[in-house]
Write a protein that binds this ligand. Structure first.
Ligand SMILES: [Zn+2]
Ligand SMILES: [Zn+2]
Ligand SMILES: [Zn+2]
Length: 255
């Protein structure tokens, strides 16, 4: 299984720069310090899977030159992970292919309320064909691809990360049980959220993420869902362990 992975966004809910902020990171000219809201695009054997579809989705599709989405895996219902759903319309109009969204029952309920006109109600000209698939914390398939959900906690909210082959993707977490950690073990690449240096109520901070990476021992780890409080990309680069990288928008790799 060959997987092409592209970070469409690596920023926390407000993005970086933050509106009106003049801090060192927000005023940096380094393109790697500019972060759209967190989202990942994965291509596996001609199948295009998106993890989360935040408010920057339109912009991310335009700048990455992508116009196909077959499936979307949702981690949770927060707006920085779902607000781009409205912009699926041109993708459907172009490809005329049903788009499948996968998420837990409470997540799909939440987006069905927020985007009522996309999912229920009468058909109308231009209504995109989007199919909602309820998943639980059990493995499932998208065609031949096995997807393994991973239960993590986002403060008190149980949400999902995903393992696909040798890749594990966790965002917005600050707790993973021993049992769920075993699902991640053996991943070649772990993508994990690291919000900032200071502790936070619902996200791992840098220290916690690094500790988890050491424990789970992937070959490589990428930090995502980053806020302006984490620091400059260039500073972090010199500080991180050899196998840990601060992700940035447009970063691509294959496994
Ligand atoms: Zn988030
Ligand atoms: Zn700032
Ligand atoms: Zn969240």
């Amino acid at each position: 299984m060959n997987m092409q992975v592209l970070f469409l966004g690596t920023g926390t809910s407000q993005g970086v720069p933050v509106i009106g902020c003049n801090c060192l990171v927000c005023s940096s000219n380094n393109i790697k310090d500019k972060r759209l809201r967190t989202s990942l695009l994965i291509k596996i054997d001609e199948h295009v899977i998106l993890i989360d579809i935040g408010p920057d989705f339109r912009c991310q599709m335009l700048t990455s030159n992508n116009s196909i989405i077959d499936s979307i895996l949702l981690t949770h219902q927060h707006r920085d992970h779902t607000a781009g759903l409205d912009d699926l319309r041109p993708i459907y109009y172009l490809n005329k292919k049903q788009i499948n969204i996968y998420g837990e029952n409470n997540v799909l309920k939440s987006i069905s309320q927020d985007f009522k006109y996309l999912f229920d109600g009468p058909d109308y000209p231009g209504k995109p064909d989007i199919n909602l698939n309820i998943i639980s914390n059990r493995s499932f398939r998208i065609s031949d691809i096995v997807i393994n959900p991973i239960r993590v906690l986002h403060y008190k909210l149980p949400i999902l990360g995903y393992r696909i082959g040798d890749l594990s993707y966790i965002t917005d977490a600050n707790y993973i049980s021993k049992e769920e950690k075993t699902k991640i073990l053996g991943s070649k690449v772990l993508i994990i959220n690291a919000l900032q240096r200071a502790p936070h109520i619902s996200h791992y901070n840098l220290e916690q993420s690094l500790k988890l990476i050491e424990e789970l021992a992937p070959e490589k780890a990428y930090l995502t869902h980053v806020s302006h409080n984490l620091g400059l990309y260039d500073d972090l680069k010199t500080e991180l362990p050899k196998n840990v990288f601060l992700a940035y928008d447009h970063l691509e790799f294959s496994i």
